[in-house]
Design a protein. Structure first.
Length: 185
């Protein structure tokens, strides 16, 4: 009788472990690995929406630099995000950069060190409340013009945001000393 009890206990344990493992598999990973698109002469913005529906990624681009109405044709099945984006942007004159769960689209070779050196963080304030810091500021170019759509990230952290139309940003952070990383396309 003990033997049967022991076997059923082992079965229950294995079953429980199987359930736990299946619950721990990230669904975003599965989605990101199986993008299927079959679009002919579709506007780029519609293709990007279709990718967003099948993944956890969102897209960021400047309407003045990227023509979202440009038509593209893409036919892929069960592709990962990198393969998908390469196919979507092929022969468009655009490139992409994946930053966390955002995909930044820009004209080819736009990521220029000069622009990063010319931008500046202005009027940054830090408010502290029991180890939680609120960081507010404004990103401007070398002529003090605001940079809307700049990506502001706390280095070595998942905390990030994009500046508003006036170049303003706000981040909340728990921790000590930080370094802000600013990217603008």
């Amino acid at each position: 009788m003990r033997k049967k009890h022991s076997c059923s206990r082992v079965r229950e344990t294995i079953l429980l472990l199987g359930v736990i493992v299946s619950l721990l598999i990230p669904t975003g990973f599965i989605q990101a690995q199986s993008i299927t698109l079959n679009l002919k002469d579709a506007p780029l913005k519609e293709v990007l929406k279709a990718v967003e529906k099948q993944t956890d990624y969102t897209f960021v681009y400047n309407n003045n630099l990227v023509n979202a109405n440009k038509t593209v044709t893409v036919n892929i099945s069960k592709a990962d995000i990198k393969t998908t984006m390469t196919a979507v942007l092929k022969n468009t004159g655009y490139e992409y950069k994946i930053v966390e769960k955002q995909i930044v689209i820009s004209p080819l070779n736009l990521f220029d060190e000069k622009l990063e050196k010319q931008s500046a963080v202005k009027n940054t304030t830090v408010n502290s409340d029991q180890n939680t810091f609120e960081i507010k500021g404004k990103i401007v170019d070398d002529k003090d013009a605001p940079l809307p759509g700049a990506y502001v990230k706390i280095k070595d952290s998942k905390e990030a945001t994009v500046t508003d139309n006036k170049g303003n940003y706000q981040l909340n952070y728990k921790g000590g000393e930080i370094t802000l990383v600013v990217s603008f396309i």
